[in-house]
Write a protein that binds this ligand. Sequence first.
Ligand code: PMV
Length: 356
Amino acid sequence: MSNSTEMEIKNNKVGWESPSNIAIIKYWGKYGNQLPQNASVSFTLKNAATRTFVEWRNGNTTGKPECTFSFEGKENPAFKARLDKFLNSICHDFFPFLQHVTLHIDSSNSFPHSSGIASSASAMSALALCLCDIENQINGVGDFNESFYKKSSIVSRLGSGSACRSVYPYMAVWGKHQSYPDASDEYAIPAESSMHPVFKSFHDDILIVSADQKSVSSSAGHGLMENNPFAKARYLQAENRMRVLSEALNSGDIGGFGKIAEEEALTLHALMMCSDPSYILMEENSLAIIKKVKQFRQDSGIPVYFTLDAGPNVHVLYPDEFEKKVSAFIYEELKPFCYQGKILRDEVGKGPQKIC
Ligand code: PMV
């Protein structure tokens, strides 16, 4: 292969690694085209990430996006179908170039797939960043500026709502709210500047309670909020909690932060339990872990808190200063409640990285 051919191939490939995020105020309920009923705030994680490479070639004459897809080296028809639908939905308004190229998308996760960890936030944000990067290259733009991340966030959101928060370091806010005047329902904004340094050192150890597929998907769960009799009160509650939490995050009030983090986790699951039809995603071991975390906090005075996603796994949040004591507690007392003893140790991270 000549050097010039090598150059061409190199230029036709981009790659991004993008992390997952953990919401402190939860997005639960949507309207319109994947827009949130309430504002949410999340910590960007470091270790749970998706690495996506996208290669593109000219010569697609079908007039619609064409792609091949492999996940961890293997074809994945279920995700490929979702991907085709997604690419078709964003082609006209966001990336007209998709009509003229064929993509090969190759993705892998840093976390084991049998861990029950939702990967849509990291997967969709990694893909959105790649597409925005390709667009930049086609247009001869080399900058990863504010508008690059804004567009990546919008496109991520269309793939999976919570994914829009993954494109920023440390902390992101999505959804209009008076405490964050620049925030929007269409995209997330970086919120590092409103975050006290103590939260940047936060750990999030993810205790895997079950690796099974969820019985009710997040998108079905969002849908059930439409007829949930408590929906209106919930959106108001989220708005108030955002205000209180923004003050705690700014001032470094760990106790105030932890109180809201736990209340939000339990509210999310309470909303599931009072949907019609009702459902429960927590397991006995999720509850056992939650009770132990509260007891440990009370006995030791160490500020350690839990939160939950839309599933049974428990996220244990605490500042770095207490890492030794908390990890001893987790391994001695919580690990027995985990599926195959699985714990994914994570922490607040610096956001996506360009890897190719
Ligand atoms: O982004 P989705 O549609 O998978 O919904 C995610 C919802 C929660 O994870 C439960 C909360 C959140 O804000 O991330």
